[in-house]
Design a protein around this ligand. Sequence first.
Ligand code: SAJ
Length: 410
Amino acid sequence: MTDIQEVAVIGLGYIGLPTAAILASRGIRVHGVDVNPRTVEAVNKGEVPFVEPELGAFVSDAVTRGLLTASLTTPAAQAFIVAVPTPFNDDYSADLSYIKQAAEGLAPHLTGTELVILESTSPPGTTERMAEYIKAARPDLDISRLLIAHCPERVLPGFVMQELVSNDRIVGGLSAEAAEKAKALYQTFCAAEILTTDAATAEMAKLVENSFRDVNIAFANELSIISDKLGINVWELIELANRHPRVNILQPGPGVGGHCIAVDPWFIVSAAPEESQLIRRARETNDAKPDWVISKVKDATAKQSFNGQVSLLGLAFKKNIDDLRESPAINIARKLAESHPQIQFLAAEPHIKELPVSLAALPNLKLVSTDEALQRSSVITVLVDHDRFRDVNRTELHGKDIIDTRGLWR
Ligand code: SAJ
């Protein structure tokens, strides 16, 4: 049982806002903090500024009940949860400036015994570093009594509200007492097991989970290139190999997108560059996949049958979502349109209404309906396996050149 009744959640993004809303649903008074005035305004109106199933109902209910409010500045609270971005710098080291800013924002309110939890995905040693930021901001305070812990999020975008409840969690404390106190807070909404450890192990566990996935996707992506060279259908190959009881190969694609799997392995590489050979190589393999797809499209447009129009099906970073962050499909669309001004590219993305800024200014790239893209183009490139594309009538594809990076129409 937790004795915490008031929590400040710093960063109201894809993780912070769901965490704030679910805590409020358990009767805890939550104050959300964000640097973006539009986010603060939306949350105070009970609205969610991005797409995440079920979250809207949680936020509007919490705001209506007076349990969730938001502002630009951090208030006093018994517990603070920091859920801000940790992007990487040009040299792939982590940019901790948002964490520093959050620590400096909460430090003035500390009386000495609060719980401070870092949720942001971070390189080993960051929780310790956050404690140092707090200490530097409050030299008058004895921070040895503060309870500081790391509790990395593990939820899958699109299933956040379910996975917050059903996923096991790891809590790493700078002290055992901090881990226990954080565990009790998360137990108010997490129905699964909460495992405690030290902060550095918890930080590393999160990075390792996403790196495991990255390395395995790289294996699948390499297989797809080898299979293409050998004239083998990689989807059938993987399906057959996976019938072995101890084999479970993931799916190839146009590259790895999103803001987690394509980022987190670099934090390990950056912490131990000499030792992280395989993890680095996997990152490079996945990052090189978009260029391979581009070369396939180029080959198809060099054929006599090419009618001057190429369709690009999907821009999101994975299926059935509207999230375009770090999407390999966006990268492919931009590079193709920039390097082939004479070709008309027709992008179909049923989850968005207008092209993102990075693509909007390209004169030879247009956002069209799926039907229009299929009808007009003689080269069809599948970049995302949205259900909408899976359902197309196969007769519409007759006689077209198809580059199916997701095995949608295998
Ligand atoms: N992908 C493939 N082939 C596959 C699986 C995925 O090409 O077989 C691609 C996807 O298309 C996408 C990228 O990888 O571009 C990442 O997608 P994902 O669904 O694997 O993962 P994310 O980035 O949405 O969420 C991950 C999850 N981590 C793990 O599964 C280990 C999630 O649980 C984490 O909470 C999240 O990262 C995070 O925030 O770190």
